[in-house]
Design a protein around this ligand. Structure first.
Ligand code: NAP
Length: 284
């Protein structure tokens, strides 16, 4: 029987733990405020931003909204981020991506102070992750580690294969699995014989952005399969990068889409926000 990894339940558990921790930290006089910056009014971004603000309200931290016009100049956005960096009342800064094409996303990410980089995208945060220093973790991969741990799945010593090498999922995922003492392989679009590589995996993490690409032919019997993909199928239903119905019978555990990895990203963003309060605790 394959275990269904319940991201909805686990993310709720994490939010409740954070809510309790925030209550305790507030009693000690600590506070957190997340600045959420959205450029333009892309409907998908608005949904994400609203969910992040709701999650802040749930765990008891303040969020401040900055809604900027689609045609804002890059320098104006840089100036806002610099102001937020300098504002002692703001602990975390989140700029919702993607940004409009005329704005250089990398420049904006690099402008955010690494001490307020709750998305974990700044090169300093990425460097800290790879050398094993404390810092903000990229939220989706950090959520996957929590899914595995809280489902009782051991990572140490396991063959872990990550399919995809994006900066927001694949690469930080590989770093985190390595930190947990997994033996890690990263596959990508130039990998020769992808099936041979994925069939070695005890834990297979798929983040390629292709609807139901991974079928049972890619799976070792009894593997754990984590599906990061998020798509709408021909019937407008959500589905992942993994062909769930075909793959599930061959796994020991698997994440569904929706209700697997998806809900974990915001939970781990909240964890990064609370981390800014924990650090205040250490400093005081
Ligand atoms: P991405 O930036 O498009 O990267 C896709 C990666 O997959 C690339 O490294 C690419 O290789 C590799 N790839 C593409 N086709 C392949 C193939 N046929 N065989 C092997 N590798 C292949 O995507 P992403 O941002 O990492 O996102 C991946 C998926 O996760 C998307 O569906 C996205 O919507 C979803 N996502 C979900 C969450 C969540 O919270 N649930 C968060 C982030 C992303 P190359 O590098 O060689 O091009």
């Amino acid at each position: 029987m394959s275990q269904l990894i319940n991201g909805k339940q686990i993310s709720q558990q994490i939010r409740d733990e954070l809510k309790e921790e925030v209550r305790r930290l507030k009693e000690e006089g600590k506070n957190a405020c997340l600045a959420v910056v959205q450029v333009g009014n892309d409907p998908a971004s608005t949904v994400y931003v609203n969910n992040k603000k709701k999650a802040c309200a749930y765990i008891g931290i303040e969020s401040r909204s900055y809604e900027l016009p689609e045609d804002i100049k890059e320098d104006e956005l840089v100036a806002l981020v610099e102001d937020l960096n300098a504002d002692a009342a703001v602990n975390g800064i989140l700029v919702q991506l993607p940004l409009p094409a005329h704005i250089n996303e990398d420049r904006i990410i690099r402008t955010i102070s690494p001490d307020k980089d709750v998305d974990g995208f700044h090169p300093v945060s990425v460097g800290r992750l790879w050398i094993g220093e404390k810092g903000f973790l990229s939220c989706t991969p950090a959520g996957i580690i929590q899914l595995l741990k809280r489902s009782g799945i051991e990572i140490e010593g396991k063959e872990c294969v990550v399919v995809g090498r994006s900066n927001i999922v694949g690469k930080p995922m590989a770093a985190l699995l390595l930190r947990e003492n997994g033996t890690v392989t990263v596959a990508h679009s130039r990998t020769a014989d992808l099936k041979a590589v994925t069939k070695r995996a005890d834990i297979l993490i798929v983040a390629i952005g292709k609807k139901r690409f991974i079928t049972s032919e890619y799976i070792k019997e009894g593997a754990v399969v984590i599906d990061v993909g998020m798509h709408r199928d021909e019937n407008n239903h959500l589905c992942g990068d993994v062909d769930f119905d075909d793959v599930k019978p061959h796994t020991s555990a698997i994440t569904p889409v929706p209700g697997g990895v998806g809900p974990m990203t915001i939970a781990m963003l909240m964890d990064n926000c609370v981390e800014t309060m924990r650090t205040q605790e250490e400093r005081s």
